[in-house]
Design a protein around this ligand. Structure first.
Ligand SMILES: [Zn+2]
Length: 176
């Protein structure tokens, strides 16, 4: 859904591993863009990852000391999972970096993102550009013909829709 963040995550993993440090990578089982358990950046590199679903307990899953835990598609985390990650970082001292979207195609927050934004020590923005040239902060869902979809479930599985990023002005524009 976001061209920059998977690339950023793979780069961080590479930086740790280059120093001989162990990382674990997760992505959402729900994300079928590129097949389950793969993080792909559109710039090229791809690697297999572990997946999380609603039953994953990160406090149990992360049972050995690692240098960093990286989670892609973090908007799909549950509230409880965000709190597990927070405890991993705060209590067990495991650095946790998550990558995700702030809001869905209706401009509503994902629960996972809302809790991440509430609890994270640091928040960094990965900047993307709208087709009009402004900074993109919103997500638009489009059908297979590129026509905007303005209603539906927050998480759509198995459809042909895709997403593109837009600035707030274009998000609220009737032209789009
Ligand atoms: Zn725009």
């Amino acid at each position: 859904m976001n061209a920059g963040k998977s690339t950023a995550m793979l780069q961080v993993a590479h930086n740790y591993e280059e120093q001989g440090q162990a990382v674990r990578l997760f992505t959402a089982a729900i994300d079928h863009r590129y097949g389950v358990g793969k993080v792909t950046s559109r710039l090229g590199p791809q690697r297999e990852t572990e997946v999380f679903d609603k039953d994953t307990n990160f406090l149990q899953t992360i049972d050995k000391k690692i240098a960093c835990l990286l989670v892609d598609e973090a908007q799909f985390l549950s509230k409880d999972q965000v709190k597990q990650l927070h405890q991993l970082a705060q209590v067990r001292g495991v650095p946790v970096i998550t990558y995700g979207l702030r809001s869905d195609f209706l401009g509503e927050p994902f629960p996972g993102s809302a809790y991440l934004l509430a609890l994270a020590d640091d928040i960094e923005e990965i900047k993307n550009i709208c087709s009009c040239g402004k900074k993109a902060t919103m997500n638009i869902r489009v059908d297979e013909n590129g026509k905007r979809i303005k209603e539906g479930e927050q998480i759509s599985i198995g459809g042909n829709e895709s997403y593109r990023q837009a600035c707030g002005r274009c998000f609220y524009s009737e032209i789009h």
